[in-house]
Design a protein around this ligand. Structure first.
Ligand SMILES: [Zn+2]
Length: 218
């Protein structure tokens, strides 16, 4: 895809962070891989409705920046995910209320519902707290993402990646919905979790659907 089209898609996805309630104001950030070059990412501190295509910043795989604005303060996190996970083509990071509330208790999301497998495993982990924008945070997130496409970030928010911007965004929304459902369940009692064998069946079924776990919700 051409840079220009990808820049437009990144802005559309960033606007969805506001409209879906995943992030208010300009918190969170969105990026997309540009093969052999690096990735395009939203800039730091610009409200999404004011973003223009030329504001999107290109960061190369050595951390070099090309753009008129500074990249999002979490660019390091995006860079490390793209370097370590070749299947990651787009990343969404946000501070949505329910996922962040769990993350503030350092709680991940266990297998209380089969859709937890949408993130790629039997649970969705929460990484330890580290200061925003640091290598330490990036390291903690990469550990929590082992075998997963999404995780919560301790006292911070969530991150999700996918084959493209649409899939990364829909996984971020799915994780927020699961976090909300999990909190509703916890208000009523301690849920019985699905067993390893039950989650294996779900993961196997998701694989047979291809990468599109959304189909499993029909
Ligand atoms: Zn953040």
């Amino acid at each position: 895809m051409r840079h220009a089209d990808l820049r437009k898609q990144i802005i559309q996805t960033a606007l969805q962070l506001n409209t879906t309630g995943l992030s208010a104001g300009s918190s969170g950030n969105v990026s997309a891989r540009v093969e052999d070059e690096g990735f395009l990412i939203t800039p730091s501190g610009v409200k999404y409705h004011k973003l223009r295509a030329k504001d999107i910043v290109l960061v190369d795989f050595d951390g070099g920046v090309r753009g008129r604005l500074a990249p999002s303060s979490e660019w390091r996190l995006h860079l490390d995910i793209y370097k370590q996970r070749p299947e990651a083509k787009a990343i969404v990071h946000a501070h949505p209320p329910y996922a962040t509330a769990l993350a503030c208790l350092n709680k991940g999301i266990p297998a209380f519902h089969y859709m937890v497998a949408a993130a790629g495993g039997k649970d969705i982990r929460c990484c330890r707290y580290e200061l925003f924008g640091t290598q330490e945070l990036s390291d903690a997130v990469r550990e929590a993402l082992q075998g997963r496409r999404a995780c919560l970030m301790g006292h911070h928010g969530l991150v999700a990646f996918g084959d493209d911007l649409e899939k990364a965004m829909s996984l971020a929304v799915e994780v927020e919905v699961l976090a909300q459902q999990y909190q509703l369940v916890l208000q009523m009692g301690e849920p019985k979790l699905l067993s390893d064998a039950e989650m294996d069946d779900v993961l196997h079924r998701f694989l047979s659907y291809g990468d599109n776990a959304q189909k499993a919700k029909d």
